[in-house]
Structures are given as C-alpha cells and as structure tokens.
Design a protein around this ligand. Structure first.
Ligand SMILES: *Cc1c(COP(=O)(O)O)cnc(C)c1O
Length: 369
C-alpha cells in the first residue's frame, strides 16, 4: 500500500475519515458501468447492505448516485399515498417535512424536542386524532443535530398497531447501531456511503420491504430521477442504475463494506463508544456541557454548548484545530450556541484524546488574555 495520503481527523458528522485501503480502492481501470462486470459489483454491494439490517428474501436495496438526502427524498416522493406524519425533532426531521411540502403531500408534523426523547403516547395520540388518517410515518433514528437517539422499535410497534408504513432516516446510525427492519417493523430505510460505512460520499440507498415497494408501483411518479420503483425494476431487469452511477465511489463502497463486515457492526459501535466515552470524560474535565442526557445519547455525535469565555469564537477554534489536522463542525440549533463533534469513521480513542488536548490549549489561550 502506498502511503502518500495525509491523514486528517474528521470530527464532522460525515463524510468521515476513511482508511487508505478505501481511498485506493477507487484507483481502478476505467470501466463502462453498463458492463455486466460492474452490475455484479453493484449487486453484491446492494445485497451486503440489505443483509446488514434485514433478510434478502423480503427486503432489497435500491442504489442512487447522490448524497443521503436523495435516498430520503426518493422514499418520501415515491411511496406516500394518503397522509404522512413526520416526526420533527431536529434539523433532519424538519428536512423530511420540507420534502413533503415540496411534493405537496398531505402531511402532519409532530414537533418534539431535539434533546428529549419522543413521547410515544403523545405520538400515538397525534396519530389517532389526525384529521386525515395517517398512512405513513417518517422519523430520524439518530438526530444528527444533537445525538438524540429515537426509539424506532417502539415507533415500529405503534405503526404496526395502526397499520402505518414506517420510513426511517438511518443516515447517521446505519452500520454502527444495530437495526433489524423486520423486528422493528420498518418498511423503508435511507442511508448513505459516507458516514458509519466509512466510504466515500456519493452513493445513497434505500432499503425496502419488497411488498411495500410493490405497493408503491401504482402511485403516479412525482419525481423522474428519484422514482424509487422505477430504479428498483430497472436494476432487477438490467443490473444497472438508470443513470450514470458514481463508478469509483462504488468501488470504494465495496471495500468499505468489506472492512465493515470484517470489523463487525457491533464491534464498530464498541470502538465508537470508546471514543465517545473518552469525549464525555474530556468535556467534563473542561467543564463543557453536552445537550442530550447520556441515557438517550447515541455514541456517534455530540452537541456541545459553546463556552462562555470572553474572546471565544467558533471560527477561531475551528481554524486552530484545523491547523492541527482536526476538523470540527458548527452546531445546527437555532436558539442555543453549540458546536458538534462526531466520533465516526476510521478514528479511535487516541484521536479524540488528541482533539481534547488541543481543545484545552485553545480554551487556556482564551483565559490567558
Ligand atoms: C447526513 C444526514 C442526512 C443526509 O445529508 P446529505 O448531506 O444529503 O448526505 C440525512 N439525514 C441525517 C439524519 C443525516 O445525518
């Protein structure tokens, strides 16, 4: 393996730090993606992704070239007939509601706190009392704005009870937090190549219950490129994507999947957990507070309250850390000043300790002034 690529520690919530082997997997002979050889590669990728969360008899993976939002938009625009309830408890739930609005779908918004778990009895009450019967429900698994983890299994039970199709945005949980679509009663799930899968950005995908997917075939397409059923059928018949796929990104994804399977999803979450616990300790020592209580926190992304020190400035802190090879991320909450640290990707506890050390130096430099 050539060792020529500098290693940056990305603590933004994806694209995540990748291994050199994933980076170099992109350097391959040119190929036309309509060749059967490439079809086999996509077939293998799709089938491995399905098996991470479901069985292949009843579930399937539909690939798209695009960022993660493409997969979410594909589901929302393609499968909803009737009325969709959108759980909005952060920027990503809000994004789903905006997609529903864009396609002029009939929708109900269930607004909930981005730091406190969704109250399932209130959610059920909203379902029962909705003026229009709720046929679909969309929810984000790990709210990437704050790190709040939602009980999608509990929501799945509610959906089973009320005959509702469940759509989960698992973008920032897939391949780290174990998910079982059948057991959790999830019909559609969206994720992407560049977060916990530790691949390159550019592939997003939908994992779907085949029966629910078939049921969407009668709905008049609302989108051309992102029409889920059309891409599903086309791939079944041709082993090709309808439009040009990001070829090299798919080669990298193939390698990233192999590395994910080698590490194991539970072990990957264990590694992330060790980094996260080190982050928790370090923040406590620096007297910095995080927003979500530990019990409901994913061990993936953390929103931290900005310090109230004179001279503190996110950009300065970012630039200082960046000069040390570490990238941090701004917050995304309207009313509270936060910044975010994700501990996903090919990083380990040592990288978090290094980050904490530089963070301490930055904060001490403020106190000296
Ligand atoms: C990253 C992410 C997305 C997709 O974002 P893109 O920029 O389109 O890749 C969607 N939902 C959640 C919860 C995410 O974390």
């Amino acid at each position: 393996m050539k060792d020529t690529v500098a290693r940056n520690i990305l603590l933004n919530p994806g694209p995540a730090t990748t291994t050199d082997s994933v980076k170099y997997a992109q350097v391959v002979p040119d190929i036309c993606p309509r060749e059967s050889e490439f079809g086999e590669i996509m077939q293998e990728i799709a089938s491995n992704l399905t098996c991470m969360v479901a069985n292949e008899e009843e579930y399937t993976t539909v690939l798209f070239g695009g960022s993660g939002t493409a997969a979410v938009e594909s589901i929302i625009s393609s499968v909803v007939e009737g009325c969709i309830l959108v759980v909005n408890n952060g920027a990503y739930g809000d994004r789903i509601a905006r997609i529903a609005r864009t396609y002029r779908l009939s929708y109900v918004e269930f607004v909930s706190s981005p730091v406190v778990p969704v109250d399932l009895s209130e959610l059920e009450s909203a379902i029962v009392h909705s003026r229009e019967r709720v046929t679909h429900l969309a929810v984000v698994h790990n709210e990437t704005t704050t790190g709040l983890l939602t009980d999608i299994g509990g929501i799945g039970q509610l959906c089973a009870k009320h005959g509702i199709v469940l759509i989960v945005d698992a973008m920032s949980s897939f391949a780290a937090i174990p998910i079982d679509m059948e057991q959790m009663n999830i019909q559609f799930l969206a994720a992407s190549s560049n977060k916990n899968l530790q691949g390159m950005a550019g592939v997003s995908f939908v994992i779907a219950d085949k029966r629910a997917l078939e049921n969407s075939s009668n709905i008049e397409p609302r989108s051309f490129y992102l029409h889920l059923y059309s891409q599903y059928r086309y791939f079944l018949e041709t082993k090709q994507l309808r439009f040009t796929p990001p070829v090299q990104t798919l080669y990298a994804l193939k390698q990233a999947i192999a590395e994910t399977l080698e590490e194991g999803i539970a072990q990957r979450y264990q590694r992330y957990s060790e980094s996260w616990l080190a982050l928790m300790d370090g923040l406590a020592q620096l007297k910095l507070e995080h927003l979500v209580d530990k019990e409901h926190h994913s061990r993936i992304i953390t929103a931290i309250l900005e310090p109230e020190l004179p001279g503190y400035n996110f950009e300065d802190m970012h630039d200082y850390l960046h000069s040390k090879g570490i990238t941090i991320y701004p917050g995304k909450l309207g009313n509270q000043g936060t910044f975010r640290i994700a501990n996903i990707g090919d990083i380990a506890k040592e990288d978090i300790l290094l980050f904490l050390n530089y963070l301490k130096q930055y904060l001490e430099s403020l106190e000296e002034n």
